[in-house]
Design a protein around this ligand. Sequence first.
Ligand code: IDP
Ligand code: MG
Length: 159
Amino acid sequence: MSHHDERTFVMVKPDGVQRGLIGDIVSRFEDRGLKMVGGKFMQIDEKLAHEHYGEHEDKPFFDGLVEFITSGPVFAMVWEGADATRQVRNMMGETDPADSAPGTIRGDFGLDLGHNVIHGSDHEDEGANEREIDLFFDEDELVDYTLDTAAWVYEDEDH
Ligand code: IDP
Ligand code: MG
């Protein structure tokens, strides 16, 4: 794998789907030069919600979080690119939209901590990206292909 091939898990949460933000959010990652290698419009069940948010099991907001994330469809994605996990987190903003800078996804689209529009793997949690990709996608649901614009995004990518 080249250094352009880091993969990260991203998901438009039920509030983002209901508010019609899938297209806008996908556009931001496309515009940045990242490559979508997987995408799935789906409903999260209780079991998957518990697995995905297992690290927060003991937090007071856990039950509400599970209820929210299972309350309607989500759009789960895998994005690939240089430093993808950290770059996506930067584009998302802070966990609380109220603390997120304008120009970030949460800073542009949210006002409330519980409804913060998007999930992205934590770049400070080693291996979280791979774990979450495995949880949501089968290997054959991820597509290997060449994005022709990559040569213009990356200086050291061949034409
Ligand atoms: P992150 O989504 O920015 O990685 P985490 O700390 O991993 O933030 O928390 C996971 C999700 O749990 C948040 O995105 C948010 O939806 C919810 N959450 C986190 N902290 C709180 C809280 O204090 N109250 C309510 N919901 C919370
Ligand atoms: Mg997190």
